[in-house]
Ligand binder design. Structure first.
Ligand code: NAD
Length: 436
């Protein structure tokens, strides 16, 4: 099948590449010329494990192409995916200007019956808005389908190729059949394609992300209680996670969630609730708790240095909002950098994949290091913001020599209290006893 994907970012590039891998001919369209040129020349624009190899294969075999020209890109496509940004607007609602602009542009250039798919995360009612925008100028029949994306950055290819489920919102039988054909190779193991109406599909995505953000945040609140009560959040996590009604995942306490999805999606759902005069109390709390959680270790760092961080150097391990991605959108590390530098500290950082993105964002506000140990070298304390595997079993002897003080502030609870005690580190983590 010939398909088109409009927007070639994290979701669009994965969608396009994976559908090319299952034998479709895919044209990816983006307004960012630099991105398109790079992709045309075989240079991948994001770090996502496993993506590069299938990107290169499909580009070479002619199933994957890139263009900045919407009309050229959609030529012959039976299905057009919209994988466009939906950033928060000033009031917290999802800004639909990118999605609706492309919908406006599509109307006059559709030549045959086409299915237009909202893959972006969009508020309830967007499929109807997209439909109306296209219908204003379209001369042919078309359907607008809501097909929210659930991939996780860092494991996006796996998530896309083997989804737990595919959610498709449409009332059109014709669109349903086309979508079923396209997705069939991805659900061979029997994972379901769940069909529903457009509004329910749109809300499903927000409900899923908000639930997960709530689950993390709930555990972070338990961690905060553990610190006050002298309990251990790791033990509590194991105790509750083994209850199959609760499940083991998304229960790790830390310095909060970030990324391009949870913060904006929780905010957008809260705004949607407000718009229909519903007081979604839980979501407001989730946002407030997470806001504090992100920089939870800063007062503890200050306390360690007797309230004065001026002239101190902090080594920061991890910049991306989670491991296995170079995505730094809403990364807790960035909030910590701001607070540390505002308090007069110097920050040296190391991240396996995200340093270029941070460099582009904040320039020389901090120093970027070659590896974890040169980062720690001469620093007065170590702060861990992202649980990259490379940080999990460091050479602690080397680290002890590199750091001026044997002190670790661990925002991701990477080490056991016993090992820190044995190694003689001062170790301050989340929801656990302080090791002195
Ligand atoms: P992104 O910013 O990485 O990519 C969006 C792309 O759209 C950019 O390359 C941009 O240049 C392009 N674009 C903007 N206007 C355009 C236009 N008029 N024509 C063509 N291209 C245009 O965003 P993303 O992370 O891929 O997210 C896209 C959507 O998917 C969002 O709604 C997001 O909430 C949702 N989503 C994201 C993830 C994720 O993990 N990133 C997961 C699930 C859902």
């Amino acid at each position: 099948m010939k398909i088109a994907v409009v927007g070639t970012g994290y979701v669009g590039l994965v969608t396009g590449t994976c559908f090319a891998e299952t034998g479709n001919t895919v044209s990816c369209i983006d307004i960012d010329e630099r991105k398109v040129n790079s992709l045309k020349n075989g240079k991948i624009t994001i770090y996502e494990p496993g993506l590069e190899v299938i990107f290169e294969r499909n580009l070479k075999q002619g199933r994957l192409s890139f263009t900045t020209d919407l009309k050229e890109g959609i030529e012959g496509a039976k299905i057009i995916f919209l994988a466009l940004p939906t950033p928060p607007g000033e009031d917290g609602s999802a800004d639909l200007k990118y999605v609706l602009k492309v919908a406006d542009d599509l109307g006059p250039i559709l030549k045959d019956y086409t299915v237009i798919v909202d893959k972006s995360t969009v508020p309830v009612g967007t499929a109807e808005k997209v439909h109306n925008a296209i219908a204003a100028n379209a001369k042919v029949d078309f359907d607008v389908v809501s097909n929210p994306e659930f991939l996780r950055e860092g494991v996006a290819v796996d998530d896309f190729m083997k989804p737990d489920r595919v959610v498709i919102g449409t009332k059109s039988e014709k669109a349903k059949k086309l979508m079923e054909t396209l997705y069939a190779p991805l659900v061979r193991q029997g994972n379901p394609i769940i069909f529903m109406d457009e509004k329910s599909a749109e809300l499903t995505k927000y409900a899923a992300n908000s639930f997960l953000a709530t689950k993390i945040t709930f555990m972070n609140e338990i961690a905060n209680m553990c610190e006050l009560l002298g309990a251990d959040v790791d033990a509590v996590r194991k105790g509750v996670g083994t209850d199959t009604r609760i499940g083991k995942r998304f229960l790790f306490a830390g310095i909060g969630y970030g990324g391009s999805c949870f913060p904006k999606d929780v905010q957008a759902l809260a705004k949607s609730a407000e718009d229909v005069n519903y007081d979604f109390t839980i979501l407001k709390s989730v946002m407030a708790v997470n806001e504090n959680q992100k920089t939870k270790l800063i007062p503890k760092i200050k306390e360690y240095f007797n309230g004065d961080l001026s002239g101190k150097t902090i080594a920061l391990w991890g910049l991306s909002f989670k491991p296995y991605t170079d995505d730094i959108r809403e990364a807790p590390a960035l909030y910590n950098i701001d607070m540390l530098t505002e308090a007069g500290a110097t920050v040296k950082a190391y991240d396996p994949e995200a340093m270029d993105n941070v460099k582009n964002l904040i320039g020389d506000k901090i120093t970027f290091c070659e590896d974890a140990y040169s980062c720690a070298d001469g620093a007065d304390a170590l702060l861990i913001a992202t649980e990259w595997p490379v940080f999990r079993t460091p050479d602690f002897e080397k680290l002890s020599v590199s750091l001026n003080n044997k002190v670790i502030f661990d925002g991701r609870n990477l080490y056991t209290l016993d090992e820190m005690k044995d190694l003689g580190f001062t170790y301050i983590s989340i929801g656990r006893q302080i090791i002195n």
